[in-house]
Design a binder for this molecule. Structure first.
Ligand SMILES: [Zn+2]
Length: 172
C-alpha cells in the first residue's frame, strides 16, 4: 500500500525532485513510515531505504541519504538521517510557513474552522501536516487528526486546542 505524504506540498515536491530519477514510495511500517525507492517502471531498486516517525520525515530522511550517497552533495546538519530530516523540515517551515497559533480561532474565519487551502494543520502526536483544503479528505499517520469533508468533520482526538495551524506564505 502506497501512502505518500502530501503536505507541505512544496517541501514534498522538492524532496521528490532531489530523489529523481528514482521514485520514493512511502508506506506505513513498524518504524512509523518506511521509504523504498523504485525506478521509473516501478521496480524496487532500494527496499527500506529510509525510515521515519512519520511519512514526511521518512521521505526527507530518504532525500538526505540520497544527497549524501548518490550525489555527494552536502546534506543538512544532523547525526542521523532523521535528524537531518527534522532540520530540513524546520528550515522549510521557517521560510515558507507562518505559525498562526492553535485551534479554530487560529484559522480566523469567525465561528468554527475556516477551511481554506492556504492553511495547514499539524498533528502534535505524529507531526504530520494536513491541508485545510475543503475539497479533500485526509488523516495523519497516527490517526489523531482527521478531515472528512464528505461528513463535514475536522478535528483531533486530542481536542481542537491541540491542532496547530500554519499559513503558507505567498510568493515563490
Ligand atoms: Zn497524527
Amino acid at each position: 500500500m502506497s501512502d505518500d505524504p502530501t503536505e507541505p506540498a512544496g517541501l514534498v515536491a522538492s524532496a521528490r525532485q532531489r530523489l529523481a530519477p528514482t521514485i520514493a514510495r512511502v508506506t506505513r511500517s513498524a518504524h512509523g513510515a518506511t521509504v523504498e525507492l523504485t525506478d521509473q517502471a516501478g521496480h524496487i531498486v532500494w527496499p527500506e531505504y529510509a525510515h521515519g516517525p512519520n511519512r514526511l520525515l521518512a521521505l526527507l530522511a530518504a532525500e538526505q541519504r540520497y544527497l549524501v550517497e548518490q550525489t555527494g552533495a552536502d546534506s543538512t546538519a544532523g547525526a542521523t538521517y532523521v535528524d537531518k530530516a527534522r532540520t530540513r523540515e524546520q528550515g522549510w517551515v521557517h521560510q515558507h510557513l507562518r505559525a498562526r497559533g492553535s485551534g479554530p480561532d487560529a484559522t480566523g474565519g469567525g465561528l468554527g474552522w475556516s477551511m481554506t487551502s492556504n492553511l495547514l494543520a499539524r498533528c502534535r502526536t505524529c507531526g504530520e501536516y494536513l491541508s485545510l483544503d475543503p475539497n479533500d479528505t485526509a488523516s495523519c499517520l497516527c490517526g489523531d487528526l482527521n478531515k472528512d469533508m464528505d461528513a463535514g468533520r475536522f478535528g483531533s482526538r486530542l481536542g481542537d486546542g491541540a491542532i496547530d495551524i500554519y499559513q503558507t506564505r505567498p510568493g515563490p
